[in-house]
Structures are given as structure tokens and as C-alpha cells.
Design a binder for this molecule. Sequence first.
Ligand SMILES: Nc1ncnc2c1ncn2[C@@H]1O[C@H](COP(=O)(O)OP(=O)(O)OP(=O)(O)O)[C@@H](O)[C@H]1O
Length: 244
Amino acid sequence: MTEPIASSTISARGLSRYFGNRVAVREINLELKHGEILGFLGPNGAGKTTTMRMLTGNLAPSAGSVEICGIDLLDRPRDAKARIGYLPEIPPLYRELTVNEYLQLAARLHRVNNAKIRFALDSVVQRCGLNDTGKRLIGSLSKGYQQRVGIAQAIIHDPDVIILDEPTVGLDPNQIREIRTLIRELGTERSVILSTHLLPEVESVCDRVQIMHKGSTVFSDSVNGLKQKGISLEEIFMQFTMNK
Ligand SMILES: Nc1ncnc2c1ncn2[C@@H]1O[C@H](COP(=O)(O)OP(=O)(O)OP(=O)(O)O)[C@@H](O)[C@H]1O
């Protein structure tokens, strides 16, 4: 089937999620284009992970819609999900597999054509700096390298949208820098949503920022726009999320 030409890679409208009577996410709108990196911020419990799980088709919304490259995620989940790569907060790694075994498995799960698996694997290994680790057990790798493997599984099927939930948590400053560089590279040709509690990370890597608080979007702007106004992200974050 010919896909519609979509200007947005990801577009969420009125996305809400209730757990029993409690509202975790309330009427979120979110839009991203090719080559944009969005910093997704909010205090603990704001609803970021719940939103990202809905955007990736891992949690059904109570209301609202999500389109990935113009494809409705609820109507055509398989086609829409083929265009999304997701690194959850706890990366879905199998410690007892080697890096190569795991990435081959990830490629199959993402339905990469058998004839293209070798190429896909070589390309993510190169891209994520995993050369020389192919035969090592994932459980024996440092946390930084495990995180690279987590990102590699998220991009092995060459998705248009990459969603990363706190990808630098627990890493040392050198590892953080390396992962940031990788995210910047990925963001030049795809759309990336980056959830993080590190505000300097957003200022250095992202084009736009969206802040959630108590389930709702409370702020959204371009990072350059903030810089031009001479306002730091920390001031904005505190203004919109403290004592409210
Ligand atoms: N499966 C669930 N059942 C009940 N409540 C849930 C469930 N998942 C999330 N919640 C609630 O939804 C709200 C939003 O949680 P969520 O994990 O999305 O926040 P978050 O912004 O990602 O937080 P953090 O920064 O701590 O990861 C919280 O009040 C949380 O307790």
C-alpha cells in the first residue's frame, strides 16, 4: 500500500491515560518532524513514561490518537510500530546472550528481512561504537556499553522515530558524552524524543523542549527560542513545576 506523505513523523492528539480513577496523562499533544530532537521533561510521576509507552504502542491510550509518519498507530499497529525505535527506561537486554546474538534477535523481532540482517547488524554496530564487542556476553559489558546495545536494538530496523527514556541514567561523564554525540547524530536524519532529568543534556542536544507536570503539558518551546530570550531551562522548569 502507498503510504500518505506525512509532514510529521510523529503526531499525538489529545492523548490521555487513566489508571482506575487516577489520570496519569491528560490530553497531551505532541508533534515532531524529521531531523528534530525533542527534550521531554517533567518531575517524577509527571507522566513521561506513560506517554512514551502510548506513543510506542506499548500501552493503549484511554483517549486520543497517535500517527507515525501518517499511519494511525491504533488502526495499523504493525506498520506504525515498524517506524518506531524504543529504548525503555530499563533496557530490554538479555544478559546471557552475546551482543551479536541479541542484535540478530532484535532484528528478527523488528521483522528485518533475513537478507538484510547482516547489513543492519554491521551498520548499528558501527554506528553505536560496538566494534569488538560482538562475541561478548551482554552481562559482562559496562553499563555504558549495555546502553549502546539498548540503543542499537532500538535503531536496527532503521526507524523514522526514536524514543529514548532516560538513556544516560547511571552513566559516567565520558559515557554520557558519547551517548549524547550518538543521539545528536541520530537526530540529524530522524526524529528523536529524549526523556531526561538532565537539563544541560536538553540544552546541548535538543531542538525543542516539552515539559509535563501532573499529566499535562505545561510548557513547550524551541531551545533556541529560550536562549534568545535569555531564559535558562532550569528557571523555566522551576517556574512551571514547583509548588503547582
Ligand atoms: N501501571 C500503572 N498503574 C497505576 N498507576 C500507574 C501505572 N503506571 C504509571 N502510573 C502512575 O502514573 C503517573 C505517571 O507515571 P509515569 O511513570 O508516567 O511518570 P514519569 O514522568 O515517567 O516519572 P519518572 O520521571 O519518575 O520516571 C504516576 O502517578 C504513576 O504512579
